[in-house]
Design a binder for this molecule. Sequence first.
Ligand code: PLP
Length: 243
Amino acid sequence: MVDDSIVELIRERYIKIQAQIVDAARIAGRVPESVQLLVVTKKQPVSVIEAAIAADVKIFGENYPEEAVSKQQVLKIGNKVEWHMIGHVQSRKARLVAEHFALLHSLDSLKLARRLDRFAAEFGRKLPVLLEFNVGGEGSKFGWQASDESLWDNFLPDLEALLALENLEVQGLMTMPPFFGDAELARPYFRQLRGLRDYLSVLYPQVKWEQLSMGTSGDFQVAIEEGATIVRVGQAILGSRPV
Ligand SMILES: *Cc1c(COP(=O)(O)O)cnc(C)c1O
């Protein structure tokens, strides 16, 4: 049973965030349709996801492959919604990701890329991926180190090998900047990721590089002003996560 009052609460917040996305896009002179809203459901129970589906949420993001796949299996909703993997993927979970997700946001090593490529081939698909960069330089974050432009050339050999993999389709970049209470402080990091995207577009024009996955509950509007095409919002729509 889906609890109607929870559905209504989620629907209200979802609509409010969508309206804020439209405003942020307009302020930035961008078409609102160029920004997708992904709802982050990590640690949320299946009942909350069911309510979100009833509230018309279309794209879900999960952080842990096993948790995500077991939720997908319980929900049995087929193609009605899209599942994205947004968390760090251990190499031994590559198979699950290659089979069960529409887009991997958090591809963070050549080793993982090679494994995903192999499994994607087994499943007869081309797996869409985004490359994760660590633009804040924090030790706790995953992704290629990109905090300083002088570091950018270091990962080019990895990227070249990765772009040659036939069963992955690189669509853009993703980042998770340092957390601040003030969204404005995240702006330079979003700008850095966009700058990196522009740099890679020149080096590798054969790739589209169209997606920039950046911005969460606290700073998605600033991320949109800086070019985000996918924002990943959890708590502002679903409420706080169970611990
Ligand atoms: C949890 C998480 C989010 C969502 O954060 P909220 O504060 O709930 O909006 C976005 N991206 C990643 C990678 C996350 O792990």
